[in-house]
Design a protein around this ligand. Structure first.
Ligand code: AMP
Length: 181
């Protein structure tokens, strides 16, 4: 990491509209300011919507790692600006949304502030965050546990499928760091 920059892990999801295009544009928007530098981009995975109304379209999810000189709250503001640019629909909690951007970790920061809780309070139980993250950072840990191990333990692990363009198409996550428990 370059001096003055803090590494952060961001999770992106989309289940409305041109989902893959939205994710691509969102990555570009997130790393557009000079204060945010792209480190790594995960593959895109397809997942069932967790919680919220029944019958929602599947989500496309991915994780990126960045390094930034933005403060944590400025980073959150930046993520929300990018969400809003993509006309995120916020009427229903956990309902369909064009784009969702969460900060999973910001450096080593731990915070229980509801405005910005770090690490993200639900990340450790979401395979749709943990699995793509494990593909770009196989050695990463969260709450003291390997993220690949947490991914296999998550209730939604079996719902993950590769998106067009990589891996097998039998609905089972393929190459990468996930180890069977
Ligand atoms: P959601 O609609 O589920 O994406 O939640 C958005 C709200 O969660 C916003 O009001 C944020 O202030 C808050 N929030 C708390 N912690 C985080 C985090 N780590 N990343 C993104 N949003 C967060």
């Amino acid at each position: 990491m370059t001096t003055g920059y803090t590494k952060a892990v961001l999770a992106l999801g989309s289940n409305l509209g041109e989902r893959n295009d939205t994710l691509s544009e969102a990555v570009a928007d997130l790393v557009d300011p000079p204060e945010v530098r792209l480190l790594a981009v995960s593959p895109v995975v397809q997942t069932k919507a967790v919680g919220g109304p029944a019958g929602q379209p599947d989500f496309l999810n991915m994780v990126i790692t960045v390094e930034t000189t933005l403060s944590p709250l400025k980073m959150l503001e930046h993520c929300q600006t990018v969400e809003n640019k993509h006309h995120r629909v916020r009427e229903v909690r956990w309902g369909p949304r064009t784009l969702d951007v969460d900060i999973i970790v910001y450096g080593e920061l731990v915070s229980d502030d509801p405005v910005l809780t770090l690490p993200h309070p639900r990340a450790a139980t979401r395979a749709f965050v943990l699995y793509p993250w494990s593909l770009i950072e196989p050695g990463a840990t969260l709450n003291g546990e390997r993220i690949s191990v947490l991914a296999t333990r998550a209730a939604d692990f079996g719902d993950l499928a590769p998106f067009d363009g990589f891996g097998d198409f039998d609905g089972v996550p393929t190459a990468g760091a996930v180890e069977q428990p």
